[in-house]
Design a protein around this ligand. Structure first.
Ligand code: SAM
Length: 219
């Protein structure tokens, strides 16, 4: 892992990345500020450092990726995170998205299905000073014991909207989830208006690694 040094050079590269993300359509200043606070190069090995501030997804091992900064910003912006929100993240991966949510003042519950990534990120994030609640397991079923959640973010591509996640949303809560096949997924925002009433909005297509598990793709 990269030594935890955040130099002027890194900060400068981060500012440029934020400009790129803003040009692509992210205007929530709080989200852009959060992107500015989390040193993305900490998630990269030294040899790959030049990739840290490009607006691209990047392999993190185990066949998984750290999401593209624009995608992280897009999902975060749509959730309209408020300080104190109880947020479930499905797909901890590198932990980068969890750090952005923590910077926005959320209480973050993050679940990862891959044991190696779960262990790695659970050890690494606190070294950066970030402390979400870590869980290991099938997040396509959510975290029933910790529900309800004000916001739920799924950072892997689902075949359909996982029913358990809708059930675990608080009234007034929002779920953002990419849904589609293994080539591309449409970003969907579901708002729970009442126990039986949902409001659904569809956005652009993205490309995620698959959501596995009982309400994801069969392994
Ligand atoms: N949010 C991550 C980040 O900031 O680095 C990016 C996540 S990566 C695109 C998707 C992650 O979802 C992978 O780490 C994968 O192992 C995980 N995943 C896939 N299916 C899952 C499931 N059913 N429950 C929890 N995690 C899952």
């Amino acid at each position: 892992m990269q030594k935890l040094i955040d130099s002027y050079k890194h900060k400068g590269m981060r500012r440029n990345l934020i400009l790129t993300v803003r040009e692509k359509g992210i205007h929530d200043q709080r989200v852009l500020d959060a992107l500015g606070k989390v040193p993305r190069h900490y998630f990269f090995e030294n040899v790959f450092l030049e990739h840290a501030y490009q607006d691209k997804a990047f392999p993190i091992g185990e066949g998984q990726t750290i999401s593209q900064p624009y995608t992280v910003a897009f999902q975060t912006e749509k959730l309209e995170i408020n300080a104190g929100d109880k947020v479930l993240e499905v797909g901890t991966g590198s932990g980068y998205q969890a750090c952005i949510l923590l910077e926005l003042g959320a209480e973050v519950y993050t679940i990862e299905y891959n044991k190696v990534l779960y262990e790695r990120t659970r050890n690494f994030l606190p070294k950066m000073g970030y402390k979400p609640h870590f869980f290991y397991g099938d997040g396509s079923k959510g975290l029933p014991k910790k529900a309800p959640f004000d916001k739920i973010i799924v950072t892997a591509g689902a075949p359909t909207i996982p029913r358990s996640l809708i059930e675990q949303l608080a009234i007034g809560g929002k779920l953002i989830v990419p849904v589609g096949d293994n080539e591309k997924q449409q970003m969907l925002l579901i708002e729970k208006i009442s126990p039986k009433q949902l409001k659904k909005k569809s956005f652009d297509y993205f490309c995620f690694v698959p959501l596995l598990g009982s309400e994801g793709w069969n392994e």
